[in-house]
Structure formats: structure tokens, C-alpha cells
Design a protein around this ligand. Structure first.
Ligand SMILES: [Ca+2]
Length: 491
């Protein structure tokens, strides 16, 4: 087991091998030092006196680009997600959970800092957070947690995110074109890790952050699905290549589900099932047009399921609205820490406990481009029903990798070209393409009547008061965020 421990990296450096006792002494010394550091947040570890319940382990399984429309327990009758469905049966399913950005790195930076993009610094994909901010591992380690991240985290720099890194990436499958992503989370490595933690460090509560790469593009070849039988949602154009690619997406979702099931089995095998909060969610919606890289619900709304045996009511559903900015505050709360006033989010533990049915009145999100494939930045505010969007560069035509990358057979531009081709002879398709490629500065959407946000109501006189109120709400949030780029565009 010593060899296993020596593989873990601490703050980007390989942890030096050593005896268990020396490692424990080092940790005790680190804990003592932390007590005397000038921290910018308040800590209040739970008492471990007689009768105090042990603090729960916190396990986050974060898949990549899994939209809420593509989960069995969220109503999709075609997709096979038996493990997510089983988790929902044993836990609480959120119907209004929202990413703070529709792109990988910014979304994850919000999850792991409790700060929105303009404040944590990761506005663009694959950019650094500000070096002077705190993050989830900092808070939890000071509360006595062991914090370990496996496979995809997609946030940086390492100095901000001081978790142990568990190498757990599956080797490349030569039969699958995995451009833009590794193969996925190696759950066998997670199993080995859980066994070693139980054996060597069972006295430490664990926060385990598992990042899978499924179902991010490029999707694996379909094996289990009949493309002709799949429902085509209103934000897609029904062509044979769309159906073939959608079946590939479904196949990759089923792989993510299998990985989750393997982790659930490992948690049970190693005694983590009872006193562990297990969360399943994804960083944003799928790489279909009008989804990821946009602030529509198809880009931001995600599956979110929490299991906590004996605490969270099994088989329950909540419409309480939550944002990814609320996740770090929740984890700190569950770990016994006090609220951190400087964060953008708030803990929703009362929703988990069944004491509250509402949480955020508004959620907000930011999206910027990469200057090449994605050139259509947006900001939005949403309440439980209405979405208001600011398009920062309405003069641009909306594009993504999916519309522009032409050399991946069966995916991306190879599929989108069939949409454009159909638009030449089909007026409804032509109107749809115009709707998703061209947007005015302001958009207002009724997400109940129009869940795919294809009917912009911002210019309707009957909505003038709502537009004015939501514009004010967005302006106030952007001011709090000091989001200069968006505030300039608001003028
Ligand atoms: Ca993603």
C-alpha cells in the first residue's frame, strides 16, 4: 500500500514516499500550522465529542457534457442510465440545477471555488484562476478532510487547487477516435484508492472528486441503440447523420453511467456507502448546437442527484433552484465549516435535509468565447421560469467546434453540414438555423412554454416590464462581479 500512496501528487508535486507514521506526523504538523495561518474564512470543525455523528465523506462524480434531457430518471425513455436511475431512487433529484458556465474549465472553476467566472478569473476555457483566491480543497483540508481529485479536473493553477491527484485515466482505446478528450475515468484505480484509504487513513473524512470524460466529444461508436428509434428534440435537425451521432452520444452516456455504477460498487465494497454523500452531476450540456457554449438551458441545466443514506429522503425530487456556485459552500457546510460570506453561492443543505423547498431566487451564468470556434459571448439571469440573456457581440454569427470542425467523420461539421443542406429545401429548417445562428443583443425566454429557448420574447411590448426588471437584476450582478466586459456591453 505504500507504493500506492507514493503515487499521489500533492499540489502538483509527487508526494515523497514515507512510513505511515511519518506521513501522519507531517499531516498533524500541517494541521497545527493551519491553525495559525491568517485565513480569510472562518472555520468551525464539528465536535467529535460523545454522541457527535462522524462527518460524512463527500464524493462528487462529475461527468462531462451530460445534458439533463438525456437521463432515464429525468424522463428520457430511450437512454440506458440504470445506475443514475438507481441513485435517484435512493436519493434526491434536483430539477433546477444549473452550471455557472456552459464550458468545461469555467464551469469547474465555479464548482471548486464558489466564485463565478469574473471573480475567480477563469472566464475563458482552459485559462487560469486568479492566483490569490481560495478553493474547495483549501477550505476542506483546513477542516480536517483529505481531498483527492481523480482524472479530469480542468482547473488551474495547481497552487490554487491543492488536492492530492489520483492518477486514474483509462489508456487510449486505439479503436475510438477520441479527439478532444482522453478515454475516461479508470474506476479500478478509484477502487484501489478507496481500499487504501480505508486501510491507512480511515480516521480522516474524505472528499473525493471524480471527473469522467464521458460523454464529451468525440463520442464512441454506437453499439446498443437503434438510431431510427431515438427521439429528436426540437433543437436538432432530423437527418440520418444526426441520428447516428445522437446514438453515439447515447452510447457515451451509458459509458458514463457504467463508470458511476462501478464507483458506487466500490464505495459499497469498501464501507463508504452509509456515511457518504454521493453526488452525480455534469459540468454542462452536450456539444450539440444551441447547447454547450451557450447560456440556454440546454447548455446550463444539468442532472443533479444526491444520495446520503438515512439523511436525504430516498426517491425524492426537488424544484429548488441551485447553482454550481453553491457547491463549495455546501461542501464546507457538510464538513462542519461556517458560511464564507465572500463566496457567490450559499449552502443548500436545508434542501438536502428536506427543510427547504426553495433556494436561489436567481441563477446567473457567464460564457465567453475562444476567439476562433466560439465567438458569441453571453451573460444571463434566470428565475424559476424566465431567462434573460445579454449577447455581448450580436454582430457575430454563432458558431462552435460542432459547426466548424469538418474533418471528423460522423461528428461535428460532418453532421452540421446535413442541417445546412436540409435548410436549402426546407423552410422550417432554414428558420431554425437562422434562430440558432443569429441573435439580437437581448433575449427573453419563457422556459416553461419554450424549454429549448427558440422563441425570443424580449421585443414584445407585453414583456417590457419583465425585461426591464431582469435587465436591472443582471446589471446588479455584473456590477457585483466587476465584469467590465459585460458591463460595457450593457450600455
Ligand atoms: Ca464539459
Amino acid at each position: 500500500m505504500k507504493a500506492q500512496s507514493s503515487k499521489f501528487k500533492v499540489q502538483g508535486k509527487l508526494q515523497a514516499p514515507g512510513s505511515n507514521s511519518s506521513v501522519r506526523r507531517s499531516r498533524a504538523l500541517l494541521g497545527a500550522l493551519l491553525l495559525f495561518l491568517p485565513l480569510s474564512f472562518e472555520l468551525c470543525p464539528l465536535s467529535f465529542g460523545a454522541g457527535a455523528a462522524p462527518r460524512p465523506n463527500l464524493v462528487l462524480f462529475l461527468s462531462d457534457d451530460h445534458g439533463v434531457d438525456f437521463v432515464g430518471c429525468y424522463g428520457n425513455k430511450s437512454v440506458h442510465t440504470p445506475n443514475m436511475d438507481a441513485l435517484a431512487k435512493d436519493g434526491l433529484r434536483f430539477t433546477r440545477a444549473f452550471a455557472g458556465s456552459p464550458t468545461c474549465s469555467p464551469s469547474r472553476a465555479i464548482i471548486f471555488t464558489g466564485l463565478h467566472s469574473a471573480r475567480n478569473g477563469t472566464m475563458g476555457n482552459h485559462t487560469d484562476c486568479r492566483p490569490d483566491i481560495q478553493s474547495l480543497p483549501t477550505y476542506l483540508k483546513a477542516l480536517g478532510y483529505r481531498v483527492v481529485a481523480a482524472n479530469k479536473t480542468d482547473v488551474r493553477p495547481a497552487s490554487v487547487f491543492g488536492w492530492e491527484v489520483l492518477p486514474a485515466t483509462l489508456p487510449k482505446n486505439p479503436n475510438i477516435n477520441r479527439r478532444y478528450r482522453p478515454e475516461g475515468l479508470d474506476t479500478a484505480k478509484v477502487d484501489t484508492f478507496l481500499a487504501s484509504h480505508t486501510k491507512e487513513r480511515a480516521d480522516e473524512p474524505l472528499c473525493l472528486l471524480l471527473g469522467d470524460n464521458a460523454p464529451h466529444v468525440v463520442w464512441e461508436p454506437n453499439r446498443d441503440y437503434d438510431p431510427a428509434a431515438l427521439p429528436i428534440p426540437p433543437n436538432m435537425v432530423d437527418t440520418p447523420k444526426t441520428r447516428a451521432a445522437l446514438a453515439n452520444y447515447y452510447q457515451d452516456i451509458t459509458t458514463a453511467d457504467r463508470h458511476l455504477g462501478e464507483v458506487m460498487a466500490s464505495l459499497k465494497r469498501h464501507g463508504f456507502e452509509k456515511n457518504t454523500v454521493l453526488l452525480y452531476t455534469s459540468d454542462q450540456g452536450p456539444e450539440w448546437p444551441h447547447c454547450k457554449w451557450t447560456c440556454y438551458d440546454t447548455g446550463l441545466r444539468v442532472p443533479f442527484i444526491v444520495r446520503w443514506p438515512g439523511v436525504v429522503k430516498a426517491g425524492a425530487t426537488t424544484g429548488a433552484m441551485i447553482s454550481f456556485a453553491d457547491l463549495t459552500p455546501l461542501f464546507v457546510d457538510l464538513a462542519g465549516g461556517k458560511p464564507i460570506a465572500s463566496l457567490d453561492g450559499r449552502s443548500f443543505k436545508d434542501v438536502l435535509l428536506g427543510k427547504a423547498s426553495k433556494h436561489d431566487e436567481f441563477i446567473y451564468a457567464s460564457h465567453t468565447g475562444d476567439g476562433e470556434m466560439n465567438v458569441f459571448p453571453q451573460r444571463c439571469v434566470r428565475d424559476e421560469r424566465w431567462k434573460f440573456i445579454l449577447n455581448l457581440k450580436p454582430e457575430n454569427k454563432w458558431t462552435t467546434h460542432f459547426t466548424k470542425v469538418m474533418d471528423i467523420p460522423g461528428s461535428h461539421g460532418d453532421v452540421y453540414a446535413t442541417w445546412l443542406d436540409k435548410a436549402k429545401s426546407d423552410a422550417a429548417t432554414a428558420k431554425f438555423i437562422e434562430t440558432i445562428e443569429r441573435h439580437p443583443k437581448w433575449e427573453l425566454h419563457d422556459t416553461e412554454a419554450d424549454p429549448y429557448e427558440l422563441n425570443n420574447l424580449a421585443a414584445q411590448p407585453a414583456q417590457a416590464a419583465r425585461v426591464s426588471a431582469m435587465k436591472t437584476s443582471l446589471q446588479e450582478w455584473l456590477t457585483r462581479q466587476q465584469d467590465k466586459e459585460a458591463l460595457e456591453a450593457m450600455k
